[in-house]
Design a protein around this ligand. Structure first.
Ligand code: MG
Length: 203
């Protein structure tokens, strides 16, 4: 199982980090050891002083596929989930400045909390999915998948040109604006169309 993450998929978020809006999807990966399930607490790692939350809609691949055409991409997933792409922003900034890969800032243990999934046919509009992150009960990030620069189907078509997608693979589809640091004692709650998807604490 692999975790593929899309960067800079919401223009407001690209702007808040002074990144260019990309012409093609930007993706990177996390290992399976990054997964954090069942609302288990996230322990702040010691190597960063600025771990930030990025709430993201997550797609779970349910068929094997390579070179998937965009028009057939919808056949490769049937559920939508919500997760966090934790990012050690200070470490990432150093990587960017040196032109190095982002893995140590993105792929560390527990950096991919994952909540529950909802069948697509239970959603009011699969092309316009509202989601939000609350930190200590207060709104921190709000997004709608209609604001994505690259749709889920485009992402699947693009990534599968390079990497075979397998059953159980996860795609984190990018974060809207409002990212920010987490601290010990914070509580992170994720909702999708008002449904509770995850709820866990920072330790
Ligand atoms: Mg992200």
């Amino acid at each position: 199982m692999k975790i593929i993450c899309i960067g800079r998929n919401y223009s407001e978020h690209a702007k808040e980090l002074n990144n260019e809006v990309p012409a093609e999807p930007v993706f990177f990966m996390k290992p399976d050891t990054a997964l954090l399930l069942n609302n288990k607490p996230f322990f702040l790692p010691g190597f960063s002083n600025n771990v930030q939350h990025e709430v993201e809609v997550v797609v779970r691949i349910n068929r094997l596929g390579k070179h998937i055409e965009e028009k057939f991409a919808h056949r490769y997933y049937s559920e939508i989930g919500l997760g966090i792409d934790f990012t050690a922003r200070d470490v990432q900034q150093k990587c960017k400045e040196k032109g190095l890969p982002w893995e140590i800032a993105k792929a560390f243990d527990q950096s991919a909390p994952l909540g529950s999934f909802v069948p697509i046919d239970k959603l009011p509009d699969k092309n316009s999915i509202n989601f939000e992150l609350l930190v200590n009960g207060k709104p921190a990030q709000k997004g709608n998948t209609a604001e994505m620069i690259f749709t889920i189907d485009k992402i699947i078509a693009y990534v599968s040109q390079f990497i075979t997608l397998k059953i159980g693979d996860l795609i984190y589809t990018g974060t809207p604006s409002g990212v920010g640091p987490v601290k010990i004692g914070d509580r992170l709650t994720g909702k999708l169309e008002g449904m509770l998807m995850f709820d866990f604490n920072i330790k």
